[in-house]
Design a protein around this ligand. Structure first.
Ligand code: ADE
Length: 245
């Protein structure tokens, strides 16, 4: 996969590129991650990329021409151009999964009051937000999106299991995890995990995953079709929790 980030602050990505998971993906040729400084595409003699908003008001708006030139310099038929913005669709695991299948992502990071709307309307394939709050620029959202996507690329993580078992991968949260010691301040690891019985352990993990989801994020259960065994487990969990109250 190739990812090009269009930004006014390319240096923000330097540390990230050397960071273990990403550097491994780059070294193994799974990923090519490039930053492109939008300022390099300004024809202004002072390399300015922003201007006052028509109609007045505070702040500056990024002009469309340097962004257009920057995108045109790298866009191919296989590219997906994504503008990071609080107005976009909210990023989630499903979108990360879908984007991990693409060959080339172009991530446009805005600044100031954002980019000229003609860019969003005519040059961009998708507008993505990382949540309902406002950040100063699209760089951190771009990093969030990049990490969520590249960890799904085959070879990036140690084994496929590492993400298949995780929260959100199959629409629900992950089961509880324990390591040594067996007893910590009087709190014990569930006995079944020490039993060596893989069938029972798998069942317990499903139970624990459903319980976590029901308690912490019940909204996630509305969107998924549970198998009969899982639906039975969930009913049991609900009865047990009612009794505890
Ligand atoms: N730029 C500023 N805030 C943002 C957000 N919440 N998501 C994506 N891009 C942004």
């Amino acid at each position: 996969m190739k990812i090009d980030v269009l930004t006014l602050f390319p240096e923000l990505f330097d540390v990230f590129r050397r960071w273990s998971i990403i550097s491994r993906a780059i070294e193994q040729d799974i990923l090519s991650l490039n930053t492109i400084n939008i300022r390099d595409f300004s024809h202004d003699k002072h390399k300015r990329v922003d201007d006052y908003p028509f109609g007045g008001g505070p702040g500056m708006v990024m002009r469309p021409e340097p962004i257009d030139r920057a995108i045109s310099s790298i866009r191919t038929e296989d590219s997906v151009v994504i503008y990071l913005s609080p107005q976009g669709r909210t990023h989630d695991q499903q979108l990360a999964n879908a984007l991990s299948e693409k060959e080339h992502l172009i991530l446009l990071c805005g600044h100031y009051e954002g980019v000229d709307s003609r860019v969003v309307d005519n040059l961009v394939d998708m507008e993505v937000s990382i949540g309902d709050y406002v950040l100063t620029g699209g760089e951190i959202p771009a990093l969030v999106l990049i990490e969520s996507v590249i960890r799904l690329l085959p070879g990036t993580l140690a084994s496929e299991e590492s993400y298949i078992d995780e929260s959100h991968y199959d629409g629900i949260l992950e089961h509880n995890q324990y390591t040594r010691p067996r007893s910590f301040k009087g709190f014990n690891v569930p006995e079944v995990l020490l039993s060596g019985d893989h069938g029972r352990i798998a069942k317990w993990r499903k139970y624990s995953a459903l319980k976590n989801t029901y308690i912490k994020r019940p909204d996630l259960l509305e969107g998924i079709d549970l198998a009969e065994e899982e639906a039975d487990m969930l009913s049991r969990i609900m009865r047990e929790l009612e009794k505890e109250e």
